[in-house]
Design a binder for this molecule. Structure first.
Ligand code: SF4
Length: 538
């Protein structure tokens, strides 16, 4: 008999595992003690039923290898809320060393911190499995790793004989790492203000018709620093960062742009936005008939990974009230989180925070880059481990489904920062994505094919095409500077090594179908911004 649906063996999940996974009310009380929650947080969790025993039992029973729910050892980090900069890093190293843990490569890690920065919350440090930190995705996400900074820079820095020499090396290298490829500045919108003048909205980006991004002045910070950050100009404070001070200007622009349906507040991290300022953004959107075209407010935030405890304190009640107000006015509040591994989700603070948000009408979604060492793994011979990498995302997608989190997207990062450390060829990632896609039920899959952003737009990799004697990739825009480009599937040459989708060679032509028009659009955008700036010079 033909068996096209091979029966899966649940090797890891035995009856014993499930029995061990059964949580009682007493277990949950003990877990809350382990997390040192305040009396107020415990009351919120109990009153709002944020940690039902049935949910914890099922999550741990299904994913014991990722779950921290049955861990009992005392946390290593208990005093400070977060550790920042070289000083914070050295404090962490000291605490670890007091527990017999040596992460090594300290000088190299400190070089990375001098070029970028370092920040880690108590929560994320306690999420790491310190008995196997080298293989822990969260450790890879937050701690600088040897080999990240280019070998010649590292060598020069290690061999430098004075502090001044080291500072010069760092300063020069920082200039090389500016993540704005020049084209992002073109996403700054302009509009004709009340006085009939062209005005540039300096702290915003408007690239695709439906969505306008705001880099608010309160969100220029992160709870912890991700090593691969492609917005490090924002979080490091480079002088070409986007900062939105004036909220009135945002509304003025939106009134003129009825095509915008979504406002994305990002940063840094939108989790830093205070309720009073958020209210200033949303009140006109709720009340002004000229802003009724706005249907969704998105908050781009990693708080659910780095500082989920914030959401289950009374300090967050003001924001929750505003989320509910939006929901009651038919405006979607989408909490755009960035989970890459199930480990980030399977702890009581994150689970309780997700449930609290959802109980206040919030749509919780996740979008994440596929990153080497974090959510993409290699075999000992250096080849991509397709099975292990795919399984990470399959488990994550199923955990999302159990918690009602929408799996928005997986994407390839733009080539910024220490891209060489995190990337793998597009061809390999395609294999991983294929496995994820075919193994997940349609409801649990990411909502779009894997994409990568370029100046032209977000390009999706649909898969491969075999023609006699040659192999090609099929691509399609998912978002584009000209939305009509999205209607077309186009072909490029298959390449085993290329890691940037936009660099794949066009098939049957010497340039991609959109290139001439893109150059024209970029030229016009550049002129419009320059004119706006000149008019604003007193
Ligand atoms: S949260 Fe976002 S902006 Fe902040 S460090 Fe991470 S990737 Fe960068």
């Amino acid at each position: 008999m033909l068996n096209i649906y091979p029966t899966k063996k649940m090797k890891e999940i035995t009856k014993e595992t499930w029995d061990h996974a059964e949580f009682t009310k007493t277990d949950i009380e003990e877990l809350m003690q382990r997390f040192h929650y305040s009396g107020e947080t415990m009351a919120i969790i109990r009153d709002e039923e944020l940690l039902p025993a049935g949910l914890l039992s099922r999550l741990h029973g299904a994913y014991p290898r990722h779950s921290g729910l049955r861990e009992e050892a005392a946390f290593l980090f208990n005093d400070k809320k977060y550790y920042s900069g070289l000083e914070g890093f050295r404090e962490i190293v000291g605490i670890l060393s007091g527990h017999g843990i040596d992460i090594g490569h300290l000088e190299e890690r400190e070089l990375f911190i001098s070029v970028y920065r370092f920040m880690a919350t108590k929560h994320v440090l306690n999420t790491i499995k310190w008995d196997d930190f080298g293989n822990d995705s969260v450790f890879q996400l937050v701690f600088p790793q040897p080999g990240m900074i280019r070998a010649d820079i590292t060598e020069a820095w290690l061999n430098a004989t004075s502090r001044e020499e080291r500072e010069t090396i760092v300063r020069n290298y920082i200039r090389e790492t500016n993540p704005h490829d020049g084209k992002q500045q073109l996403n700054k919108p302009t509009f004709i203000n009340e006085d009939g003048e062209i005005e540039v909205v300096e702290g915003s980006q408007h690239k695709y018709p439906q969505c306008k991004l705001i880099f608010d002045e309160q969100t220029q910070n992160c709870f912890a620093f991700c090593n691969y950050c492609f917005r490090h100009a924002q979080v490091r404070g480079d002088d070409d960062m986007f900062i939105q001070h004036d909220i009135h200007q945002v509304h003025e622009y939106l009134r003129e742009h009825q095509e915008v349906t979504d406002v994305l507040i990002t940063g840094g991290d939108a989790g830093f936005l205070k309720a009073a300022r958020f209210e200033e953004y949303i009140t006109p959107i709720i009340e002004d008939p000229a802003l009724r075209h706005i249907k969704t407010i998105r908050l781009g935030t990693r708080v659910l990974t780095y500082n989920p405890g914030l959401i289950i304190t009374p300090a967050y009640n003001g924001m929750l009230k505003l989320f509910k107000r939006l929901y009651d006015h038919g405006i979607q509040l989408a909490y755009m989180s960035h989970f890459s591994t199930p480990r980030e989700v399977l702890n009581i603070s994150t689970i309780a925070a997700i449930r609290r948000l959802k109980a206040h009408g919030v749509t919780v979604k996740s979008q994440s880059p596929v990153m080497n060492h974090i959510s993409l793994f290699q075999k000992e011979n250096g080849a991509v481990d397709v099975d292990r990498s795919a399984q990470n995302w399959i488990d994550l997608a199923n955990v999302f489904a159990m918690l009602g989190v929408g799996f928005h997207s997986m994407y390839l990062a733009r080539p910024t920062g220490e891209f060489h450390y995190f990337n793998q060829p597009v061809a390999e990632i395609n294999k991983v994505f294929n496995k994820i896609y075919r193994e997940l039920p349609s409801l649990n899959r990411p909502s779009r094919y894997i994409t990568q952003t370029s100046s032209a737009g977000k390009i999706s990799l649909l898969g491969t095409v075999d023609l006699p004697g040659q192999k090609l990739f099929a691509l399609k825009f998912n978002e584009a500077r000209n939305m009509e480009w999205m209607d077309k599937v186009y072909l490029v040459h298959y390449d085993e090594k290329e890691n940037t989708i936009a660099n794949l060679r066009p098939y049957g032509a010497d340039k991609h179908f959109y290139e001439d028009e893109l150059a024209e659009i970029e030229h016009k955008l550049h002129s419009s911004i320059e004119t706006g700036r000149k008019k604003n010079i007193p």
